[in-house]
Design a protein around this ligand. Structure first.
Ligand SMILES: NC(=O)c1ccc[n+]([C@@H]2O[C@H](COP(=O)([O-])OP(=O)(O)OC[C@H]3O[C@@H](n4cnc5c(N)ncnc54)[C@H](OP(=O)(O)O)[C@@H]3O)[C@@H](O)[C@H]2O)c1
Length: 368
């Protein structure tokens, strides 16, 4: 079989037994080959549906690396709402005088159930998963900042076709950053997708700054909790709505307990609504200062979009944001608590646990 060895600028065609694929040098300046991966174990989504459709398959093809890409030996990947549940569930609705104990948990957008069907259907079987923590196994020819063996974490765009539920994931160089040595792979993989979603809204869209007042509606989840910590780190005064179970965690992260309806009406420079239904949209917009930004992660409601600075924000990979997220994590100012881990072979059980809300917090798949 013909293979291609790539050493930075140097390309050599060769024959390597019966191994098919592209081999990448592990040394930019040397000639050692540490990594030949053309197929690996992965969790595959052969058709849209419930957790039962997921299959752990060996010998799933690993595509050739592009020059700017990095092959990551995955050690842990996190389960995001985008991956999982097909339900729009309404679980409770209780607004108390102080921090709201809320509310609705909408799940409109799940790849497993067919979100993005028009984009993804012709590409089935898919590999789910957006974020990853692991070690660099190989680098493309133009990669400058990462080296083989280095521990990294990062996340793919929401629309990436080959996800991270696999022994080997492929991400662009600017979608990865060195993993803080202070945290494990399990802790690291829980952070990037959620924190980058919050970053995009607060930093790129609302451009929050020191002294401003920020409200996070639905602050108990991975995105909401990241948003609270990012806004606190930026020097903002932060309030959040959440379920009762999340109140202590949010107060410990620096959120204020406040009477939202009375004292702080019209005071917020930015509102990030992670729930994004009519009642939370009205709540958020009512509390907004003139000229402030209302940002929703759902955008389904959009009933007031014509009258306010209304943004439906999406996660986008962002190298600068990811670096800052790493720095804050290293400094102990940003974390996403992991409630439970499953071996990747039990991915169906992990998705079931999220679908049925048996585990409200972050679930991570460990890869041996
Ligand atoms: N537009 C985008 O690009 C984008 C990107 C990421 C996510 N999203 C969407 O944003 C929403 C939030 O995502 P997420 O990743 O933050 O979801 P998540 O971590 O599953 O959180 C969802 C909700 O579950 C509750 N929860 C989470 N952890 C908990 C815990 N340990 N204890 C008690 N309750 C807990 C929280 O309720 P309380 O807040 O009420 O406590 C939280 O708001 C989802 O609908 C997701 O689809 C959109």
């Amino acid at each position: 079989m013909r293979s291609l060895l790539r050493f930075k600028q140097l390309k050599i065609s060769t024959t390597v037994g019966s191994i098919q694929g592209t081999c990448y040098s592990s040394h930019r300046l040397g000639f050692g080959i540490r990594n030949i991966v053309t197929s690996c174990r992965a969790v595959v989504l052969p058709r849209f549906g419930g957790a039962g459709v997921l299959e752990v398959r060996d010998n799933v093809r690993v595509p050739d690396l592009k020059p700017n890409e990095v092959l990551v030996r995955a050690r842990a990947v996190s389960v995001n709402p985008l991956d999982t549940r097909p339900l729009h569930s309404i679980i409770s609705n209780e607004l108390s005088g102080g921090v709201c104990s809320a509310v609705y948990v909408p799940y409109f957008f799940q790849m497993r159930a067919g979100y993005g069907r028009s984009l993804f259907e012709s590409l089935l079987p898919l590999v789910l998963g957006r974020d990853v923590s692991g070690e660099v196994a190989a680098v493309g020819g133009s990669v400058q900042t990462l080296n083989v063996g280095q521990e990294v974490f990062g996340a793919l765009h929401p629309t990436a076709v080959r996800g991270t539920y696999a022994d080997y994931a492929i991400l662009a160089e600017d979608q990865l950053t060195p993993k803080p040595s202070t945290i494990s792979h399990v802790e690291a993989c829980a952070i990037p997708f959620a924190a980058l979603t919050a970053w995009r809204a607060l930093k790129s869209t609302a451009r929050i700054s020191k002294g401003q007042r920020v409200l996070v509606v639905g602050g108990g989840g991975a995105v909401g909790y990241s948003a609270v910590q990012l806004a606190v780190a930026a020097g903002c005064a932060v309030s959040a709505t959440c379920e009762r179970e999340s109140i202590d965690r949010l107060l410990a992260a620096g959120a204020e307990q406040a009477d939202l309806e009375v004292i702080l009406k019209g005071q917020y420079n930015a509102v990030l609504d992670t729930i994004g239904i009519d009642p939370t949209e009205r709540l958020g917009i009512n509390l907004l200062k003139r000229g402030g930004h209302y940002m929703t992660l759902q955008g389904e409601s959009a009933s007031l979009a014509d009258r306010y600075e209304y943004w439906w924000t999406y996660m986008r990979t962002d190298a600068e944001g990811l670096d800052e997220i790493r720095r804050l994590t290293e400094a102990g100012k940003l974390k996403v608590p992991v409630q439970k881990t499953f071996p990747i072979t039990q991915v169906r059980e992990a998705h079931d646990a999220k679908d049925t809300k048996i585990i409200p917090g972050k679930v991570v798949l460990e890869i041996d």
